[in-house]
Design a protein around this ligand. Structure first.
Ligand SMILES: Cc1cc2nc3c(=O)[nH]c(=O)nc-3n(C[C@H](O)[C@H](O)[C@H](O)COP(=O)(O)O)c2cc1C
Ligand code: SF4
Length: 367
């Protein structure tokens, strides 16, 4: 039986254990997306806490792909020295780091961008206020080129892997969903056409970084929305990604409009509410040959261990528990505790928006 604490591989990348920090926007970068010392210190804390792999917060590949304040950007060579310092710090402490690449598409904010957000079609993303501008084909191609350029920079600047953000209603997810993609050209309509942008992005990245560099994806196993990406279509895309050579699939679900079934569900206060994307991940695992990584709601060591040892998951991924307890992996390894302290209230977003970086604002447990 595989242990949560034994090494595993994402492509050629060896990780010391099966615990991954899922991409988490930290809100700690400069206005233009340049990483700061504060962010580097934050990552140092995560490495010291024992995590096998950090996936960076979502990082925009073109200026119009920005969304939240303090989000990291990798659209220019000007940040080379800052990024190299960041990866040096992580590696110096024995850690590994992947960068998550994104374009926010119609979920971006025109006040922050200074222009209308762009999207597959001029359809408002539910839960976002603006009608975006539909992308002409040349712009679609330019954005997939921007993903590849960003991946090349990431590789050159020392990141151990790149993760494509194909989940949560951002641009790739908008192309996949019939709700936000009403195009009648080769990028819309059939599943093959709706998936074309994702596969363009993947192929261009792969051509840029080569087959021995890990490229993986965070992907919605379902959107949980009427007329959104269905479980069946997601499974088919996952199969095709695996055949195309993707190195792992991290399985999430939902987007900002999915209510109680959004990506970061609240009130995970009983074991039955934990590991809420495990079921979708099990379906995907059966259909693919690459590693599968469920994310969402892991709060108990026993459930995380079972996912790897008995359910056949290759890794498990954590976001909010590590905001509260960056050293949770070490605590779990030492069996100091079973249950993460995070109460899944999502209030850590607030200081990210208003105070220059996320942190846990929930009351600490009484000593
Ligand atoms: C503050 C915050 C920021 C997040 N930023 C990202 C992000 O940049 N990219 C991403 O894919 N998911 C992001 N997520 C979602 C998490 O990665 C994760 O999928 C979700 O919170 C469920 O996992 P958890 O229960 O372990 O928190 C974020 C979640 C939180 C709470
Ligand atoms: S504020 Fe703290 S307890 Fe609430 S979700 Fe964020 S990390 Fe968890």
């Amino acid at each position: 039986m595989t242990s949560l604490f034994e090494p595993g591989f994402i492509g050629p990348l060896k990780l010391k254990n099966r615990m991954i920090r899922s991409a988490t926007w930290e809100g700690m970068c400069e206005k233009d997306g340049r990483p700061t010392q504060k962010l580097m210190d934050y990552y140092a804390g995560l490495v010291k806490g024992g995590i096998g792999l950090i996936i960076s917060g979502y990082t925009y590949v073109r200026p119009d792909g920005k969304q939240m304040p303090g989000k990291m950007g990798i659209y220019t060579d000007d940040f080379a020295e800052d990024f190299k310092k960041l990866t040096r710090i992580v590696h110096g402490l024995g850690g590994k780091i992947a960068i998550q690449l994104v374009h926010a598409g119609g979920q971006a904010d025109s006040k922050a961008l200074g222009r209308k957000p762009v999207a597959p079609s001029a359809v408002k993303a539910a839960a976002f206020p603006e009608i975006p501008q539909a992308l002409p084909i040349l712009e679609i191609e330019d954005i997939s080129d921007a993903f590849a350029k960003a991946a090349g920079r990431a590789k050159d600047w020392g990141f151990d892997a790149v993760q494509i953000h194909g989940a949560h209603g951002y641009l790739i997810s908008q192309f996949l969903s019939p709700l936000t993609n009403l195009r009648t050209d080769e990028y819309g309509g059939s599943l093959e056409n709706r998936g074309r942008f994702l596969f363009d992005v993947y192929e261009k990245i792969r051509n840029r970084v080569g087959k021995n560099y890990p490229v993986f994806i965070k992907f919605n196993g379902a959107d949980h929305l009427e007329n959104g990406l269905t479980r069946k279509d997601a499974l088919e895309i996952a199969k095709q990604l695996s055949t195309a050579g993707i190195d792992a699939i991290e399985v999430s679900s939902g987007n900002a409009a999915s209510g109680e079934k959004g990506p970061a569900r609240t009130k995970i206060n009983v074991p039955e509410k934990e590991a809420y994307n495990l079921d979708l991940s099990l379906g995907i695992k059966e259909a693919v040959t690459c590693p599968v990584i469920p994310v969402g709601g892991f709060r108990s060591l026993s459930i995380a261990e079972k996912a790897v040892a008995e359910d056949g998951m290759d890794f498990i991924s954590l976001s909010r528990p590590l905001i509260r307890e960056p050293d949770l992996p070490n605590k779990w390894m030492a069996r100091e505790t079973d249950k993460a302290e995070c109460i899944s209230c999502n209030k850590c977003f607030i200081p990210g928006m208003t105070k220059g970086g996320i942190y846990c604002v929930a009351k600490k447990k009484a000593e």
